[in-house]
Design a protein around this ligand. Structure first.
Ligand SMILES: [Zn+2]
Ligand SMILES: [Zn+2]
Length: 372
């Protein structure tokens, strides 16, 4: 172990600027292969610990729990390591090809999934499949394997029961409140979901620098917000579900450091707080020094329905130069924020689509002298 370390230390001590391009390229490839080899070894050793029930001996209920604690990795990552460990039995050829760098980590993930999906037919085809996908890209690998899976046992192999059992969707919260979406959609759910997203994805705007992934994300947010605002959503506790934030006046005025978070406790930046407060229903909750609720005011809409109609009739679409997003997907922005004492009047309101409203508030944040 220490020899391996000293070789790596030696490599790390050579400044990258002193290497030729060829040396840099070969280091990248070589080190990635070594990394893969190390991952295989880790997986195999975890498997051995698990076979010996060693995790119990050192006080963990499962190998996954042991990894989460000792390596400080996520549950998902730990499960992946454990299932790679099991692959020494279910997919040995794949494991070997991964260890010697013939297959990338992403390619092997598809092969391991296949081994789990069709355990009866995979072993006899494994060697051929590994040979076929070896020179392919990850995308092509996934495609070839899916075709093979579907043809392996005729269409009967695509067991609707199994497909249905795999369906699922999870949204997990990560540091800083960003969400990570992960899941499997049935073919019909995917069709429906894709067409819905397409419907919400206007063609890119001129100078739109967003990637297709980012545009899909924005479409999903628009879709969710539109549904909450206008959709036939179930009423919870007498009102439609909405984004609730807990904030104080300084945060509304753009001063961070006080209270600016969602009901779930995710801290939002003050620009986001100001944007949300620009056009939403606000209910006043006054908290005492020990966070006890002293007073709950009536919920009031920042803009009245009449003001909203007047602004829509005047602006027609997002007022950002060159943007023509329809009012259904727009917020009404206060030219002077009400939290700074600005008036909520038709003259002082303008339509911005959510994307440009966010942009405007980011720029507003940069302009604010109080920003810390
Ligand atoms: Zn605004
Ligand atoms: Zn816009």
């Amino acid at each position: 172990m220490s020899e391996l370390r000293s070789v790596l230390d030696q490599m790390a001590s050579v400044p990258n600027e002193s290497l030729t391009l060829e040396e840099l390229v070969s280091d990248v490839v070589e080190l990635s292969h070594v990394g893969q080899m190390a991952e295989v070894l880790v997986a195999q050793k975890v498997n051995e610990i698990s076979c010996r029930k060693g995790h119990l001996e050192i006080g963990y209920s499962s190998p996954t729990a042991f990894l989460i604690d000792q390596l400080r990795i996520s549950a998902g990552h730990a499960k992946q390591v454990v299932s790679r460990g099991n692959a020494s039995e279910t997919a040995p050829v794949t494991l070997a090809a991964w260890a010697d760098g013939r297959l990338s980590t992403d390619q092997t993930r598809h092969l391991f999934q296949l081994a789990e999906a069709v355990p009866d037919v995979f072993p006899e085809a494994e060697e051929t499949l590994v040979g076929i996908v070896e020179p392919l890209s990850v995308r092509e690998t996934a495609k070839v394997l899916e075709y093979w899976r579907q043809s392996a046992d005729g269409p009967g192999d695509l067991d609707p029961e199994t497909e249905l059992a795999r369906r699922g969707l999870s949204v997990s919260r990560t540091m800083g409140g960003m969400g990570r979406v992960d899941g499997w959609l049935t073919p019909t759910a995917r069709e429906a979901f894709e067409s819905l997203l397409d419907a919400f994805m206007p063609p890119p705007r001129p100078n739109d620098s967003r990637t297709p992934r980012q545009r899909r994300h924005d479409a999903l947010e628009d879709l969710s917000r539109a549904w909450l605002d206008h959709g036939d959503t179930p009423v919870v506790g007498g009102e439609k579900p909405h984004i609730s934030v807990i904030t104080d006046i300084p945060a509304l005025q753009g001063i961070a450091g006080g209270l600016h978070e969602t009901l779930n406790g995710d801290i939002l930046d003050v620009d986001t707080i100001r944007r949300l407060a620009c056009d939403c229903s606000v209910s006043r909750i006054v908290l005492g020094p020990d966070s006890e609720v002293l007073d709950i005011g009536r919920k009031t809409r920042v803009w009245t329905a009449a003001q909203r109609r007047a602004i829509i009739a005047r602006d027609r679409h997002c007022t950002w130069p060159g943007c023509e997003i329809r009012p259904e997907w727009c917020d009404i922005h206060h030219v002077d924020h009400w939290a700074d004492g600005g008036r909520t009047s038709v003259e002082k309101g303008k339509l911005y689509c959510r994307f440009h409203h966010t942009r405007e508030h980011i720029e507003d944040g940069r302009r604010r002298p109080s920003r810390n």
